[in-house]
Design a protein around this ligand. Structure first.
Ligand code: SF4
Length: 414
């Protein structure tokens, strides 16, 4: 099958920075704490991105850099040590402390790598202190996860040569992780490990026998670093919808030499449930026109699912960065004449959107309200990383995320 032509665009962009990743990463790694070294703006961003989580006890905070710090008049390291001590005193359950760099900490060239080494010495045997950068207006918000996972890699033990294992890379909600664990066990695939792990004590091991499946399409740098440690990347579409999940599992069963009939037998009940659930959403979505503005890096697999399994018409699919290696199995599944854009020139893209007036636009939080005010229905792309959407059992929920604004729009019209 031929893949669509990729049109590259550059210009003004409208994206969140990588700090947003903390919101789902802190839920996943249950004994980690994320200490952002940033300004009040960073603290506000994190609070508003995390606003959906008011019931959770947060394991993130911001060490605020004041104007005095930014002018280089204060020793930020002393202040950082004080805040870290306070956090660890209050939370003895924390086993990994991430120092998260931001634009302000980079502007004043605060060396968080050194700070992490220093604090690791202080808390040796009790807490591992790691660092990564989530700064930048030029990054997609999901790149924060890629940077965080890379910071974890030196912690992963080496697997003895030749010992085969399956490593799933990219954050999955625990409920979805458990579903996949059960499916892999029934298929006869194992051992299966997950990165990021739920606890700092569960680090997966990596070696030449490690086969990798990616759960998220935005962990490319982590995948390439794992390849350098000997792991092999299994090429597959992402496990969204029935088609994507089946193909993703098939990549693993093929690598394990498991017969196709076994895959069909094990997955049949879950596929039947998913088909029933999807049929209801398909009635709402089929024939509706959708555009994706570049934001989450999930745009391509989502568009594939919505077009092939829900009958939607793709007006334009734009993604902030298109990682050819990670999209190898996805691109041929898109319509060959699709308007596929990499990057963003915001004004031009909005002009095209206003001319096409699709039924639904998937975009970042910052653009959703102004577009709604123009009478365009929108879906926040950040919801796709906050909500369990992977696998057979979530296929209908995933479709419903896109159906909901259409149903609401129809009700408002009535
Ligand atoms: Fe902080 Fe920079 Fe993100 Fe703004 S873009 S919230 S300054 S890290």
């Amino acid at each position: 099958m031929s893949a669509p032509e990729i049109r590259c665009e550059q210009g003004q962009r409208q994206v969140f920075c990588g700090l947003s990743g903390i919101v789902w990463l802190h839920r996943k790694i249950q004994d980690a704490f994320f200490l952002v070294v940033g300004s009040r703006t960073c603290a506000h961003l994190l609070q508003s991105a995390a606003g959906v989580m008011i019931f959770a006890e947060p394991r993130f905070a911001t060490a605020i850099l004041q104007e005095r710090d930014l002018a280089g008049l204060a020793d930020c390291n002393q202040e950082l040590d004080r805040v870290a001590a306070e956090v660890l005193e209050r939370r003895p359950d924390i086993k990994t402390l991430f120092l998260v760099g931001s634009c302000p900490s980079e502007v004043i060239k605060l060396d968080l790598g050194k700070a992490a080494e220093r604090l690791s010495e202080v808390y040796r045997g009790r807490v591992r202190v790691l660092d990564y950068s989530a700064s930048g207006l030029e990054t997609a918000f999901t790149q924060g996860e890629d940077a965080c996972l890379q910071a974890l890699l030196p912690e992963l033990p080496t697997r003895p040569a030749g010992e085969r294992s399956l490593l799933i890379v990219g954050t999955l909600p625990d409920v979805v992780e458990d579903q996949f664990k059960r499916l892999f066990a029934e298929l006869g695939i194992g051992p299966v490990e997950f990165l990021p792990p739920r606890h700092a004590t569960d680090y997966p091991s990596v070696g030449s026998g490690t086969l990798m499946l990616l759960a998220q399409p935005f962990v490319g740098e982590t995948a390439r670093a794992l390849q350098q440690r000997g792991a092999t990347l299994l090429t597959a579409p992402y496990p969204f919808g029935i088609e994507g999940t089946r193909a993703w599992l098939k990549a693993a069963t093929d690598a394990w030499g498991i017969a196709a009939e076994q895959l069909e037998r094990v997955t049949a009940p879950a596929i039947a449930r998913a088909q029933t659930g999807l049929a209801r959403q398909r009635d709402i979505l089929a024939g509706k026109r959708i555009s994706f503005l570049p934001d989450s890096q999930l745009e391509i697999p989502m568009a594939r699912f919505l077009q092939r399994e829900c009958g939607m018409e793709l007006v334009e699919v734009a993604t902030p960065f298109l990682d050819r290696q990670l999209m190898e199995a996805e691109l041929p599944l898109l319509p060959p004449d699709l308007h596929l854009t990499e990057g963003q020139d915001l004004d031009l893209q909005l002009d095209r959107l206003r001319a096409a007036r699709p039924d639904l636009t998937v975009c970042g939080l910052g653009l959703a309200n102004p577009l709604e005010a123009e009478g365009l229905r929108t879906k926040w792309s950040i919801e796709l990383v906050f909500t369990p959407v992977h696998g057979f059992d979530q296929a209908a929920d995933l479709a419903e995320l896109f159906a909901r604004p259409l149903v609401r729009g129809a009700l408002l019209k009535v």
